[in-house]
Design a protein around this ligand. Structure first.
Ligand code: ADP
Ligand code: MG
Length: 563
């Protein structure tokens, strides 16, 4: 496998098919590109089209379902082109925009592209839109697929759409886009030998740990990729693995380096996995399913697969979400195993019996659209004001059930976002402007009327920053105790505690040292503060528009500006 040279882009399977890809793009408004994970879809396609002049009339947008991928891939492309992030190459994720007037290749989450199309439905700033990682079947990408179908009719002459995927059923997408071409980019994958456990382990962390140590002691050089379900598992695994490696007899095996990989790592720690192992050293990468298809870590020869993934599920009867550890699908298991065979034959240790793989695992992961609340998406579609869009008949690749659409309409009605006839209300329009879940948007609007917008903004900001505030792997008991003292423990629940923490930080003039002293992550706290500012600005902007519209009226939805 050719390795990336510092002077130019690496030669990846995608690059070897440059002419074929460009010819297909030239001749068709939409194409589907299928290629193995690591073949260069995310990093090379945009560069190819940029080189071939597609950025003369507009920029190239590349969507990613995961924020971590948008950030990491754009950094890589900027590096390959020798530019700083935010110049010709940039990224935009919720609450963080690193693009400028100069940006020609823009990586963005699918959610951000949806928001952009709210104010600019034709997405005129783009000459090319690449919906990357379509196999993830995120709700937002699914909605974008439907919107692209409309858009290519309106912009037949000046927009190219590419849909890329590692595993997606190309034919299905092709049929959705009236038989558009599907390019299959062959990649080299080496055979991967699979080993199954005889039983399901009672503790998959312990079992992964043992397997990892076994590999380290017995196997030839090569990095180990360990799939865990989330940040907490990963932190635990990393510290236990380091401990056990240290306890191995000195000189009995090669050096080891243990690296975590998940979405809430600071960017400088995320990129560590992309530097090759030092000589005579084996790397252990302990990752969430971001390493399944979104991020390719080179050098992996061994994979340890616990067979689980963390998934957000929606329960329509309670209207609540839960984050559950669930079994992966066979497609996911095969993707995980495939990570071991990128550079040479590899081995995959599946910590479950083959009968479970065969009989219990679903064939493929259920698309998010079929297991999530559609309230946000339905509100979004309604706020687009497209005359020809009937929500119940929207063109979806896999339509959600009628019940879940009706549930969404009911939820929206309950929070006054739509009226009895299903029309979006003024409140609903306000809500759609905020980059938040409808219920949080509604909370802010209500809080404004009750005179507690400032407090609600803080809580909404912390909740939507989706970042941990607590220090991790920190044995600082004093800090922990100090943090607990901040909230008075009067049984008000998490939200009020978060608020109390922030208000104390405010009183400390947002001193970063204050965070450390209270066992709080400076980065997480600062980001939440930044998110709060952004939300506050959006609300002020909306309020100004509202005031102009509502002059003289008894404006129930008029927002007072907060300072
Ligand atoms: P695909 O999207 O087809 O899965 P990518 O374009 O993401 O493939 O990856 C192509 C190559 O670029 C891989 O070898 C991968 O390791 C490398 N790569 C991707 N992102 C980075 C990064 N941030 N730093 C270093 N290498 C990277
Ligand atoms: Mg990719």
């Amino acid at each position: 496998m050719p390795s990336p040279s510092p002077s130019g882009p690496p030669v990846l399977p995608i690059s070897e098919h440059e002419d074929e890809i460009v010819a297909a793009v030239e001749a068709n408004p939409v194409i589907v590109v299928i290629g193995e994970t690591g073949s260069g879809k995310s990093t090379q396609l945009s560069q190819i089209l940029h080189r071939r002049g597609y950025t003369r009339r507009g920029a190239i947008a590349v969507t990613q379902p995961r924020r971590v991928a948008a950030v990491s891939v754009s950094r890589r492309v900027a590096q390959e082109l020798g530019v700083s992030i935010g110049e010709e190459v940039g990224y935009a994720i919720r609450f963080e925009d690193r693009t400028s007037e100069k940006t020609k290749i823009k990586y963005l989450t699918d959610g951000v592209l949806l928001r952009e199309s709210l104010s600019n439905p034709e997405l005129k700033q783009y000459s090319v839109i690449i919906l990357d990682e379509a196999h993830e079947r995120s709700l937002n990408t699914d909605i974008l697929l439907g919107l692209m179908k409309r858009l290519i009719k309106h912009r037949a002459s000046d927009l190219k759409v590419l849909i890329t995927s590692a595993t997606l059923d190309g034919l299905k997408v092709s049929n959705f886009f009236s038989g558009c071409p599907v390019l299959n980019i062959p990649g080299t994958i080496f055979p991967v030998e699979k080993f199954y456990s005889t039983d399901r382990p009672t503790n998959y962390i312990e079992s992964s740990l043992r397997t990892a140590i076994d590999i380290h002691v017995k196997e030839a050089p090569g990095d180990v990729l360990i799939f865990m379900t989330g940040k907490d598992d990963i932190d635990k695994m990393v510290s236990k693995l380091e401990e056990r490696i240290q306890n191995l007899e000195e000189g009995s095996c090669m050096d080891a380096l243990v690296l975590p990989l998940h979405g809430s790592l600071p960017p400088e720690q995320q990129v560590r996995v992309f530097s090759p192992a030092p000589p005579n050293c084996r790397r252990f990468i302990v990752a969430t399913n971001v390493a399944e298809t979104s991020l390719t870590v080179d050098g992996v020869v061994f994979v340890v697969d616990c067979g689980y993934v963390k998934q957000r599920q929606y329960n329509p009867s309670t209207g609540m979400y839960s984050l559950d550890v669930v079994e992966i699908s066979r497609v996911q298991a095969d993707q995980r195993a495939g990570r071991a065979g990128r550079t040479r034959p590899g081995k995959c240790y599946r910590l479950y019996p083959s009968s479970i793989y065969q009989k219990e695992f679903l064939e493929a992961t259920i698309p998010e659209i079929q297991r999530t609340s559609l309230a946000g998406s339905v509100l979004y579609l309604k706020s687009l004001n497209l005359p020809d869009i009937d929500i119940l008949k929207f063109d979806f690749l896999d339509p959600p059930s009628r019940e879940s659409l009706e549930d969404a309409l009911r939820q929206l009605y309950l929070i006054d976002a739509i009226d009895e006839s299903g029309q979006i209300t003024d409140v609903g329009r306000l809500m759609a402007e905020l980059p938040l879940d409808p219920s949080l948007s509604r909370t802010l609007i209500e809080a404004n009327e009750l005179g507690c917008l400032s407090q609600a903004l803080t809580v909404a900001a912390v909740l939507s920053a989706e970042i941990t505030l607590r220090q991790t792997r920190n044995k600082d008991m004093e800090g922990k105790r100090k943090r607990q003292e901040l909230s008075d423990g009067s049984g008000w629940g998490d939200h009020v505690q978060l608020l109390q923490i922030f208000e104390s930080w405010d009183q400390a003039d947002y001193d970063p040292r204050w965070c450390s002293e209270h066992d709080l992550q400076v980065r997480g706290m600062k980001f939440s503060k930044d998110v709060r500012n952004q939300l506050s600005q959006i609300i002020q902007k909306i309020a100004k528009v509202q005031q102009i519209c509502k002059q003289g009226e008894d404006g129930r939805v008029t927002l007072t500006t907060e300072n």
